[in-house]
Write a protein that binds this ligand. Structure first.
Ligand code: DSN
Length: 443
C-alpha cells in the first residue's frame, strides 16, 4: 500500500477514482492533456518544499543553489525551443501570466484589445469581469459568422482607440491565428502585440502552426495544453519585442515578481524544464503533426455524420460544433452532460453570434491533443465521431426552456433520464473497453 493510501485513504480513494475516470473515458477537452511520468515525478517532488522569491542568482531566500540551476535550465530550454530572447517561467498559470503581461506594458486605464470572450476569446484578454477588463480600458473585437476574426473591425477599432496592447490568441478558435495580419495593424498604431499561444504552444513548437515569433513583441503560454507539461505558464519576449522596447524583459520580470506573485513554484519550474526537453524530441514533432491529422479526421467524420462545424473545418487541434440543428439554442448543456455520462468529456461552448448564453451555449468545443497522446490515430477518430453522433441523436428531443423559471425542473428530469438511459450506458461500456487499448503513458 502506498504512503498516501495509508495516511489518507479518503484522498487516495478519490485520486484512484479520478485516475480510473481518466483511463476509462475519452478526453476531448482541447486544453487538457496527459503528462509523461517524468513530468509527473518532477511535479510531485521535494521541490515543493522550497521558497525562492526573486530570480536566479538574485533571490530573497537562501538555499537556492540547485533551484537556480533548475530555473536557468527551464529558461534555456524555452529560449531554444521557441527561439525567443527572454523567458519568465514563474507565472503560476495562464491567467496570472496574462495579467502580469498587461501590468508590464500598460498603466491602469490604458486601452487593451482582445477577442471578445463569447466569440472564443479568453477572460484575461480584457473581459469585463476579469482584472484585465476592470483595471484597464478593454475594447473587444469579434469574429464574423464563419468564426474568423473580423480584421476590418480590428483595424477600425485600433485606429480609433489607439490601444497600448493588442492580444491575439483564443480558447475556441478553429482557424490558425493570423499573427502576420495582426502585426500590420498593431505596428500601424504603435501597439504592443502579444500572442497568447496557450492552446497551440505544442503546435508552434513542432511547426504545425504559423510561428508568432517574427510578428509579435511578446508571447504568453500555459505549459499544460498541447505543450504537455505541468500546470504552469511562461511569458516570452521576442527579438521584435526587444527592438521595440529594450526594457521589456525587466518590465515582464518585475510585473510577475514582485508585481503580482510571491515565491515561484519550483516543482512546477522543474516539470516545465522536463516538458520542454520532451517537446524538443523528434517523437514530439510527430505528436504535433498527429494532433492536427486527428483533428482533421474527427472534423471530417463529424461532418459526414451531419454535424455543422463552425467554419466547416479545423486548422488546428480543435473544433466547434454548432448544435442548433440538434437542439435549437442552448443545447450545449445537454450535449456535454450526456456525453460525460457516456465517458466522453468535452466542453459546452458558445458559437459565433451565440443565440443563447455562455452558461447555456449552443455549441460544443472538442479537440484531439489528449487522445493523440494516448496513441489514437485517424481511424479511432471516426469511431469517436460515431459515438458522439449516437449519444446526441439519442437526446435530440430535449429543448432548453426559454423561461428561466422552468429550467431547474426540466434539467433535473433530463439528467435523471440520461442517467438511466440504456443506450448511453451501453456506449460507456464500449468506450471503457476501447480505451484499454490506449494506455495513458503510451509514448
Ligand atoms: N481554460 C482554458 C481552456 O479550456 O481553453 C483557457 O484558459
Amino acid at each position: 500500500m502506498n504512503e498516501l493510501a495509508k495516511q489518507d485513504p479518503q484522498v487516495a480513494q478519490l485520486m484512484k477514482l479520478e485516475a480510473n475516470r481518466q483511463k476509462q473515458g475519452l478526453e476531448l477537452i482541447p486544453s487538457e492533456n496527459y503528462v509523461s511520468p517524468s513530468v509527473l515525478q518532477a511535479m510531485g517532488s521535494i521541490l515543493t518544499n522550497k521558497y525562492s522569491e526573486g530570480y536566479p542568482l538574485k533571490r530573497y531566500y537562501g538555499g537556492n543553489e540547485f533551484i537556480d540551476k533548475i530555473e536557468l535550465l527551464a529558461i534555456k530550454r524555452a529560449k531554444k525551443l521557441f527561439n525567443v530572447e527572454h523567458v519568465n517561467v514563474q507565472p503560476y498559470s495562464g491567467s496570472p501570466a496574462n495579467l502580469a503581461l498587461t501590468m508590464a506594458v500598460c498603466q491602469p486605464g490604458d486601452t487593451v484589445m482582445g477577442l471578445n470572450l463569447i466569440d472564443g476569446g479568453h477572460l484575461t484578454h480584457g473581459w469585463k469581469v476579469s482584472a484585465t477588463g476592470i483595471f484597464f480600458n478593454s475594447v473587444p473585437y469579434h469574429v464574423l459568422s464563419n468564426g474568423r476574426v473580423d480584421f476590418n473591425e480590428v483595424k477600425l477599432l485600433a485606429k480609433k482607440h489607439k490601444p497600448k496592447l493588442i492580444w491575439t490568441g483564443a480558447t475556441a478558435y478553429v482557424y490558425q491565428y493570423e499573427f502576420d495580419r495582426f502585426a500590420k495593424i498593431a505596428d500601424s498604431v504603435g501597439a504592443y502585440l502579444v500572442a497568447d499561444i496557450a492552446h497551440i504552444a505544442g503546435l508552434v513548437a513542432t511547426g504545425n502552426h504559423q510561428n508568432p515569433v517574427p510578428y509579435v513583441h511578446l508571447i504568453t503560454t500555459t505549459t499544460h495544453k498541447t505543450l504537455r507539461g505541468p500546470r504552469g505558464a511562461m511569458i516570452m519576449v521576442t527579438k521584435k519585442g526587444l527592438e521595440k522596447d529594450a526594457e521589456l524583459p525587466s518590465k515582464v520580470d518585475s510585473a510577475v515578481f514582485p508585481g503580482l506573485q510571491g515565491g515561484p513554484h519550483d516543482h512546477t519550474t522543474a516539470a516545465i524544464a522536463v516538458a520542454l526537453a520532451e517537446a524538443a524530441k523528434p517523437q514530439f514533432r510527430r505528436y504535433g503533426t498527429q494532433i492536427v491529422k486527428n483533428a482533421h479526421s474527427l472534423a471530417t467524420a463529424l461532418m459526414n455524420q451531419g454535424f455543422k462545424l463552425v467554419g466547416n473545418t479545423t486548422e488546428n487541434h480543435l473544433m466547434l460544433v454548432d448544435l442548433t440543428p440538434f437542439f435549437g439554442p442552448g443545447g450545449g448543456y445537454f450535449a456535454q452532460y450526456a456525453l460525460d455520462q457516456a465517458g466522453i468529456t468535452l466542453n459546452k461552448n458558445t458559437i459565433p453570434k451565440e443565440p443563447s448564453s455562455p452558461y447555456f451555449p449552443s455549441g460544443i468545443r472538442l479537440g484531439t491533443p489528449a487522445l493523440t497522446t494516448r496513441g489514437m490515430k485517424q481511424k479511432e477518430m471516426i469511431r469517436v465521431a460515431g459515438w458522439i453522433n449516437e449519444v446526441l441523436t439519442e437526446i435530440n428531443h430535449y429543448r432548453l426552456p426559454s423561461d428561466k423559471k422552468d429550467r431547474k425542473t426540466y434539467l433535473a428530469e433530463f439528467r435523471s433520464e440520461v442517467n438511466q438511459n440504456r443506450k448511453i450506458k451501453r456506449i460507456k461500456m464500449e468506450i471503457k473497453q476501447f480505451s484499454r487499448a490506449f494506455p495513458i503513458f503510451a509514448w
